[in-house]
Structure formats: structure tokens, C-alpha cells
Design a protein around this ligand. Structure first.
Ligand code: SAH
Length: 271
């Protein structure tokens, strides 16, 4: 029995209200975890949902906001072995939307930033399914606020780049020119590629003492901040057993961090 068969077996209202309505899917940004950081539109979409397909990183507190009648379907992380593929997710969204259900696709952070929204929008549109996107607060913004590190503090940075360490083909993203004086680099999905990331930055001439804030579980009750450096990144991750979700803020803006941190792998030299 497929997941969607299950929906219809248990919800008892399959297809109701579907006649004449254009099939539609709403991609909803869940933000970094704190439910207070949902937009009002996102909250309203959750309340209206007949079915919500959600990812691994959507926080439990946000899932609790879904009404009891909403069917919640976990579609995990497409890149993990054994998990549902991106194509299957799109197919399930199409099927649910065509049956006239109010379909929410709930994604961590902002769906439009490292959220595979692009593939889903294309796939849905190609199948004649209308798509609405409700933005979410991306985890870089959540981490900046919760740590008090302004990503573009005027004394330190006039530009900021968001990069994913894990590209589709498995290789490290090109970080040339993205870190160093006057710039902030935020790295998503970096835990598994930390050594390669440090090496790439060093090869690009970045000082090994450039500070990094590792922010784990940003905006969630269990948030941790670990201050380290480009040279100390891999050790700091291992020493503190950092787990997903975490991101790295790389650059001199990290010097403005004033909160208590878990462990200073290296002491920051004053500028
Ligand atoms: N669309 C999401 C990003 C999804 S990619 C967004 O806009 O935030 C998944 C990566 O996001 C994780 O590997 C991690 O680097 C980052 N991430 C998501 N939630 C996070 C959180 N609460 N704290 C720190 N990093 C987070």
C-alpha cells in the first residue's frame, strides 16, 4: 500500500472538495526551528492543510502546530540511502494535489535556499499543478539573530555568501574568493565536508586563524555555539560531537560574538 493509499484509508475524505479546483501545492518555509519564526502565511497554510509532506529538519515544535486532522508524511532526506527519491516525492505531491487535497510541502528554513524547491516547482508545473511558495527564515538568518553575529557588521563585512558544502555530484562547492577580509561566508551542510572545506579555504589563501562560529540547532532550545577557526574546524566538530543541523559562519564578524560558547578550540587573536 502506498503512502497515499494510507491517507485515503484513514482520512475518509479523499477527493472531497476537489472538483473544479486547480491542483495546487504550497511550498512552505518552516524556518530554522523556533515556531515563533514562522510567517503568518506559513501558519495559515499549516492550519488549512489536508496533508503535509515534511523533511527531516522541520522541528517537532512546528509539526505540533499542524491540526490533528492533517496527515503528516515524512519524506526524509532524498540523498540518504533508502530514503524516498526526489522524483517519488514530486509524484506523491502531484497525486495528492490531483485528488483535490490541500497539500503543503513543508521544508526547513527557506524552501528557496538549498531546499530543492527548484526541482519540485519544475516537476509540479510540468504536471499542471499550481505552486505557491511561502518563504521561511533561512537558517543563516536564524543563526545570525540567535548568536547576535550580524553577517554584514559594517566594521567587518560588506558581502555575505551562502554556500552548500554538499553538491549534488558529491564534490565540495567552489569557495574561491568567498572568505577572508571584508566578507562573510555561511556554509550549509558542512559537517561531513569540514576538512575539505578548511583545506579549500587555506588553498585559497585564507588565514587559518580566521574565526568560525559553528551554530548547531540554531533558534532551538538545544542551540549550541562553538567558536573555532578555519584551521581548527574539523577538530572542533569532532571534539564537541556536533550533529546536524549545523552551519558555519566564517569571517571576522564572528569576533563580535559575545555569548557563552561551549568550547573555544582556539582563542581568537584580537584584530
Ligand atoms: N532550506 C534550509 C536549508 C536546508 S539544507 C534553510 O533555508 O535553512 C540543510 C542545512 O541547513 C543543514 O545541513 C544545516 O547546515 C542548515 N540548517 C537547517 N536548520 C538549521 C538549524 N536550525 N541550525 C543550524 N543549521 C541549520
Amino acid at each position: 500500500m502506498s503512502t497515499l493509499d494510507l491517507i485515503f484509508d484513514t482520512s475518509g475524505h479523499a477527493g472531497l472538495g476537489g472538483e473544479g479546483r486547480v491542483p495546487r501545492v504550497v511550498l512552505v518555509g518552516a524556518g530554522p526551528g523556533d515556531p515563533g519564526l514562522l510567517t503568518r502565511k506559513a501558519y495559515d497554510a499549516l492550519q488549512a492543510a489536508d496533508v503535509a509532506f515534511f523533511d527531516e529538519l522541520v522541528s517537532p515544535e512546528i509539526m505540533e502546530l499542524l491540526p490533528a486532522r492533517t496527515r503528516c508524511i515524512y519524506v526524509g532526506k532524498p540523498c540518504k540511502s533508502g530514503a524516498i527519491s526526489q522524483g517519488d516525492i514530486i509524484q506523491q505531491l502531484i497525486t495528492a494535489a490531483r485528488r483535490g487535497l490541500k497539500v503543503v510541502r513543508l521544508k526547513a528554513g527557506d524552501p528557496m535556499i538549498f531546499g530543492r524547491a527548484g526541482e519540485e516547482i519544475e516537476g509540479l508545473r510540468a504536471a499542471g499543478v499550481a505552486v505557491d511558495v511561502i518563504p521561511g527564515i533561512t537558517s543563516a538568518s536564524g543563526a545570525a539573530s540567535s548568536t547576535g553575529i550580524s553577517l554584514t557588521h559594517r566594521d567587518y563585512a560588506a558581502q555575505v555568501s551562502f554556500v552548500t558544502a554538499a553538491r549534488r555530484e558529491g564534490e565540495l562547492a567552489d569557495v574561491k574568493g568567498l572568505a577572508g577580509a571584508g566578507r562573510t561566508l555561511v556554509v550549509y551542510m558542512g559537517i561531513a565536508r569540514a576538512s575539505a572545506l578548511s583545506d579549500a579555504l587555506r588553498e585559497d589563501g585564507v588565514d587559518g586563524a580566521l574565526p568560525i562560529a559553528i551554530v548547531e540547532n540554531a533558534t532551538r532550545p538545544e542551540e549550541r555555539v562553538i567558536i573555532t577557526t578555519v584551521g581548527g574546524l574539523a577538530d572542533a566538530l569532532a571534539h564537541n560531537a556536533v550533529r546536524s543541523p549545523a552551519l558555519f559562519i566564517v569571517g571576522d564578524v564572528v569576533r563580535t560574538y559575545q555569548g557563552a560558547h561551549v568550547s573555544a578550540a582556539q582563542t581568537l587573536a584580537p584584530l
